[in-house]
Ligand binder design. Structure first.
Ligand code: ATP
Length: 135
């Protein structure tokens, strides 16, 4: 079994899609290990997205991710990291496959509803950052 960090982003909260997004993960069979609504600060955004700090898309991404509350989750299950990423779909909601969260519900490459860890190393780093009490 494996754990993944998932963030339901501010666009999903604003659009009233928290339940719809969470339902897809639960229906797949992943377990909710931790769940917390958070107003992401600029400091937390910079730590979470450390690898993107120098990218041209980062300033608007930081404005977006701090623009309202998000819901932080740790999900657990067999191959949770890959399973979450396949449920999320491609980064750009306009190109993500139908049947995925982004493919069905997002029309944007920034406001794409959800984040999921991309490797076991990122999952460990992100879980420690967002839920130090799980350490
Ligand atoms: P996430 O890390 O959120 O699960 P991802 O791994 O599919 O998404 P990354 O390449 O890590 O995508 O980018 C992180 C986030 O930055 C994306 O989810 C999206 O919100 C934003 N982003 C990425 N590329 C772009 C871009 N070209 N223009 C605008 N926003 C972008």
């Amino acid at each position: 079994t494996q754990r993944s960090f998932v963030l339901i982003k501010p666009d999903a909260v604003r659009r009233g899609l928290v339940g719809a997004v969470l339902s897809r993960f639960e229906a797949k069979g992943l377990s909710v290990v931790a769940l917390s609504m958070r107003q992401v600060t600029e400091e937390l955004a910079d730590e979470h997205y450390a690898e993107h700090l120098d990218r041209p898309f980062y300033p608007p991404l930081r404005r977006f991710i701090t623009s309202g509350p998000s819901v932080a989750l740790v999900l657990e299950g067999d191959e949770a990291i890959e399973v979450v990423r396949s449920l999320n779909g491609a980064t750009d909601g306009r190109k993500a496959a139908p049947g995925t969260i982004r493919g069905d519900l997002s029309l944007s490459n920034r406001e794409n509803l959800v984040h999921g860890s991309d490797s076991p190393e990122s999952a460990a780093r992100e879980i420690a950052l967002w839920f130090p009490e799980l350490g």
